[in-house]
Design a protein around this ligand. Structure first.
Ligand code: ATP
Length: 714
């Protein structure tokens, strides 16, 4: 069986624990009025999550708890547990047995349990809906509610049908989707409002930031131009530079070499001059003096000799002349004796020779000792003079040579000094150039620093970007460009980091909101699609079910009324109530198909042999017949696993009671029935009967197994 057991604890008239087993497909519950039969139905209804006090005939929750009698007090809580078989997986659960338990205490604490685990009402509703035993359906039909299906407005009737047809789950899904759609729409509106709220601020900040972004571009451009400008100036400076450090060093080296050379030579010169020359000059002077002395002495001696010799010569000449005359007289006398001319000639020549001989003084002949002495002295002086002169000449030669060397050396030193002078001039020139270069370089460095750069940075840039160097004639244009950029930047104002930060924050927020809007729009579209799909699915299932129900409704109706006809008819209403989430544009677009909405269900009947078509004018019994025909047609279509009927048969006459019992039997193959009844026909249809009596204000249960019950009851 589907419902295997109901366990009541202190529920209404049932004191303590009462277990009711349901081993048969049709169970009858019988007993006198007020014995507590309907309390069993209330218990099942309550355990399935009933929220209406009216439907379980109480004024307040505590009315459900056994109240006791004059002898004993009431209970403090009550509990109802329903135990279902789930081997056929009628419940959407993997358990093979499902226990649904509800409990309330005097304090008003109300709890639900599924398989003894705490659950929410929603869980109970979902679970029972999945097994088609939800309270909105027709699982529990009592005397009052049997006609509800007739009296209910068309929309309500549609809901009942949906529940019983198992479309409840789809409806719940659809409701959930609608709820989500509504939430999404609210969120979308809120998000759009937030986005709109920050948009003007964002625009303002963006304009500002865009300007500064342009500033960044301009600053970068300016930096680039300035760097090119400075490296061009640097290049110009370096190419113009006349100061060559290497030359400078070479010159300095040369100078120091020259200096030491000059010094060395000067030292030499002084030494030579001071020592050698002085000695030599003194020597020459002395020799000269000696020579003068010797010459004086010689002159004196010569004069002396002259005097002596003159005297001797005169003496000697006079002797010679007399001899010569005698000789000439002899020769001439002899000549007169010679005839031969050649002999004469020869004799004359000899005479002349002799005369000449006579004319040459013969000093030796006139020497005397004094003269000889003088001559010796003179000769010795002469020798000495000769020596001294030689010595003088030698010394003078040395002195002269020394002077020449000195001069030469001196000239050389002068030459070196001139060279030094030249080098000094060059060095001075180089120093000047260096000074000039340094001045220019310092000026360039100052300008570079003033522009906010380091010289090293520019130099490095120069080394890497020599190809970008501009020619001097191109620099004017570059200067103008730099000036333009600087002015433009000055006009732009200074970048405010707080504004940038605020822009980033607002922009992030805006992007977040935009994404959220996108997400929401997407989920709204998804939800709309889901709602549309579910609507269509429900619609299709519903249409099909209605047409099936109508077949049985008409059949049962004709059975009970002996003819006539009955049917359910869906009311097509203009879509005045729009599906939530579908905006008007969409409705308009699809109005050809969806303008008419199956909004409710009406019952159309045609009572045989009369023209009666309205339900209102039917008798109570007739209404019950129509209701039973419809309910059982629905049950036949939806095949709920459990139907509880509580004295819905009271208004039936014997024939109709038999027909009703026949229908029950017809349907009990798929549906378990619990029937509370006073009707003998229905009792006869049951396989098991529970008898309920009231003793000491509490209900007592008695089960009666019926075999061939119909015979027994007869
Ligand atoms: P009928 O055949 O007339 O419909 P019934 O057998 O269905 O009667 P119920 O309506 O189920 O009878 O039971 C009503 C009885 O339950 C009354 O006697 C009432 O006093 C009793 N009852 C209801 N609530 C409580 C309660 N909380 N404690 C004790 N008894 C209660």
């Amino acid at each position: 069986m589907f419902l295997k057991q109901v366990i009541l604890k202190n529920f209404k008239s049932f004191k303590g624990k009462n277990i009711i087993d349901f081993p048969a497909v049709i169970t009858g519950i019988v007993g006198p009025n007020g014995s507590g039969k309907s309390n069993i139905v209330d218990a099942i209804r309550w355990a399935l999550g009933e929220q209406s006090f009216k439907n379980i005939r109480i004024d307040k929750g505590q009315d459900l708890i056994y109240a006791g009698n004059s002898n004993e007090g009431g209970a403090s809580f009550c509990e109802v547990e329903l135990i279902f078989d789930n081997q056929k997986k009628l419940f959407n659960s993997d358990f093979t047995e499902i226990s649904i338990l509800r409990r309330i205490d005097k304090e008003g604490n109300n709890e639900y349990f599924i398989n003894h685990k705490a659950a929410r009402l929603k869980d109970i509703i979902d679970l029972t809906a999945s097994a088609k035993i939800g309270l909105k359906g027709f699982s529990i039909i009592n005397q009052g509610s049997v006609e509800n299906v007739l009296l209910a407005p068309p929309q309500e009737r549609r809901l009942m049908l949906e529940e019983v047809l198992g479309l409840k789950n789809l409806e719940l899904k659809k409701e959930e989707a609608k709820r989500k759609l509504e939430e999404a729409n609210i969120n979308l509106d809120k998000t759009i409002a937030l986005e709109k709220e920050i948009l003007p601020r964002l625009r303002f900040l963006k304009r500002q930031v865009d300007r500064w972004e342009k500033r960044e571009t301009l600053e970068n451009e300016l930096k680039e131009k300035e760097k090119i400008y400075f490296i061009s100036l640097l290049d110009q400076l370096l190419s113009e530079e006349k100061y060559q450090p290497q030359d400078f060093i070479n010159l300095r080296n040369k100078l120091s070499k020259l200096d030491s050379l000059i010094k060395e030579r000067e030292n030499n010169l002084i030494t030579v001059k001071e020592n050698k020359s002085k000695d030599l000059e003194l020597k020459i002077k002395n020799i000269t003096q000696e020579i003068i002395n010797l010459q004086d002495e010689k002159s004196e001696l010569l004069r002396e000799l002259g005097r002596k010799e003159t005297k001797a010569e005169v003496d000697y000449s006079l002797i010679d002349f007399k001899n010569a005359i005698i000789k000439i007289k002899n020769v001439l006398t002899n000549l007169l004796k010679i005839n031969e001319i050649s002999e004469i000639h020869k004799k004359i020549e000899e005479l002349l020779k002799d005369i000449n001989q006579l004319l040459i003084p013969k000093k030796e002949e006139i020497n005397n000792n004094e003269i000889e002495e003088l001559k010796k002295k003179i000769n010795s002086l002469q020798e000495q003079l000769k020596e001294k002169n030689n010595l003088l000449e030698q010394n003078e030669t040395v002195l002269n040579q020394s002077n020449i060397n000195f001069r030469e050396e001196y000239d050389k030193i002068t030459q070196l000094r001139n060279q030094k002078e030249e080098i000094l001039k060059l060095i001075q020139k180089q120093e000047l150039e260096k000074e000039r270069y340094n001045l220019k370089l310092n000026d360039l460095k100052r300008r570079i620093n003033e522009a906010g750069y380091q010289f090293d940075e520019i130099n490095e840039y120069y080394q890497k970007n020599k190809t970008q160097v501009l020619a001097p004639n191109e620099l004017n244009e570059l200067e103008r460009h730099i000036f333009r950029l600087t002015r433009e930047l000055a006009e732009m104002g200074v970048r405010d980091e707080n504004v940038i930060k605020e822009y980033e924050e607002v922009n992030t927020r805006y992007e977040f909101l935009s994404h959220q809007i996108e997400d929401l729009e997407k989920s709204i579209n998804d939800l709309k699609l889901l709602i549309k799909t579910l609507t269509k699915e429900i619609e299709n299932s519903f249409n099909e079910a209605i047409s099936n129900i109508n077949y049985d409704f008409n059949r049962y109706f004709r059975l009970m009324f002996n003819g006539g006809s009955a049917k359910l008819e869906q009311i097509k209403k203009n879509k005045t109530v729009l599906e939530e989430g579908e905006n008007k544009a969409e409705v308009k677009e699809e109005s050809q198909n969806l303008n008419d909405v199956y909004w409710g269900v009406e019952i159309k009947i045609d009572i045989p042999k009369t023209n009666l078509k309205s339900l209102e004018i039917l008798s109570g019994g007739e209404k019950t017949l129509v209701a039973i025909a419809l309910l059982f047609a629905i049950i036949n279509q939806s095949r709920p696993p459990l139907v509880i009927v509580d004295e819905i048969d009271v208004a039936l006459d014997e024939d109709n009671s038999r027909r009703f019992a026949q229908i029950l039997k017809e349907l009990c193959h798929d549906t378990q029935f619990i029937a509370i009844t006073h009707n003998r026909m229905i009792m006869a249809a049951a396989q098991i009967l529970y008898g309920v009596t009231l003793k000491d204000n509490s209900s007592q249960l008695l089960s009666i197994k019926l075999e061939g019950s119909e015979a027994i009851l007869k």
